[in-house]
Ligand binder design. Structure first.
Ligand code: AMP
Ligand code: MN
Ligand code: MN
Ligand code: MN
Length: 276
């Protein structure tokens, strides 16, 4: 059985390892097929692909796109995209372009909450000039001692309703599915268990995604409990969606599962890779 890991991050977005180091770690830990899925970005794929060739594992071009759906941020993983596709690149650039202004506003909001210099502090953790994310603010809040870890940084400061949260309009679900499939890729709803949606809203999201021609649901993710593996397997089957899996690895000490530690897909699912 080949070990697939189709969701992870490098320094081209908010991961801690370079694209090549991500690939080497995955290969050393038993991953046979890896997709790098940096947020709203494809710039790390060439380096990762070369490293995968050297390490002797298969590599899949990926990205993780930010969507606003009914006021909630949803992530859509793209797999098997052509990173040179013009419409995809224009779309990704548009999504990224909102991040700088948002980050300045997050800095202002934290200042009001009594935390000065957060924008500059977060910027010091940024590893790609093309992308600043809340993860970089979280690292700043940890370094300065306002919180102990990532979880606390998001819970106390960076999620909806908290002092450092700034609402943001990302791309629409239809746009993102269109960009991904127009670039020859498959669209996957990332970590469906992580969204603040009721069961009814989640089923509405999955139905709308299915109607748009979306391809798969990320059934196995460290964001999910074992019970959720079963729930999302059932939802994938009932909507005729394929199933995906990924660690969402960001770096040692920041991720719940390391490469090689993903449980297998539940039986009776059509894997997202079945026609690769
Ligand atoms: P952004 O795209 O700037 O909104 O940042 C989103 C990123 O923050 C996600 O991709 C995760 O890496 C991280 N993140 C979001 N929520 C949490 C959380 N509760 N705990 C740890 N990391 C989180
Ligand atoms: Mn992230
Ligand atoms: Mn995500
Ligand atoms: Mn991710």
């Amino acid at each position: 059985m080949r070990h697939y890991d189709l969701h992870c991050h490098s320094t081209r977005s908010d991961g801690l390892l370079s694209p090549a180091a991500v690939v080497r770690r995955a290969a050393e830990r038993g991953v046979d097929v890896l997709a790098l899925t940096d947020h709203d970005e494809v710039a790390g794929l060439a380096e990762a692909r070369e490293a995968a060739r050297e390490a002797g594992i298969e590599f899949v071009n990926g990205s993780e796109l930010s969507v606003t759906w009914n006021g909630e941020t949803i992530h859509i993983v793209a797999l098997g995209i052509d990173p040179a596709n013009d419409a995809l690149n224009a779309g990704l650039a548009a999504v990224r372009s909102g991040r700088d202004t948002r980050a300045k506003r997050i800095g202002d909001a934290l200042e009001v909450a009594g935390i000065p210099d957060a924008f500059d502090g977060a910027s010091a953790f940024v590893t790609s000039p093309r992308l600043i994310s809340r993860t970089h603010f979280a690292r700043f809040l940890i370094e300065t001692g306002y919180v102990r870890d990532m979880k606390e940084a998001f819970k106390r400061y960076l999620t909806s309703g908290k002092p450092g949260y700034v609402p943001h309009a990302w791309a629409t679900l239809a746009e993102v599915v269109g960009w991904i499939q127009g670039a020859g890729g498959q669209a996957v709803i990332a970590h469906p268990g992580r969204y603040k949606l009721t069961g009814t809203q989640l089923r509405a999201l999955i139905s709308e995604f299915t109607d748009l021609g979306g391809d798969a649901l990320e059934v196995i993710s460290p964001s999910h409990t074992a019970a959720q593996f079963g729930e999302f397997a059932t939802l994938a089957r009932s909507h005729g969606l394929q199933a995906s899996c990924g660690t969402d690895f960001h770096g040692v000490g920041e991720s719940r599962l390391d490469f090689g530690e993903l449980p297998p897909l539940p039986a009776g699912l059509d894997p997202v890779w079945s026609r690769w």
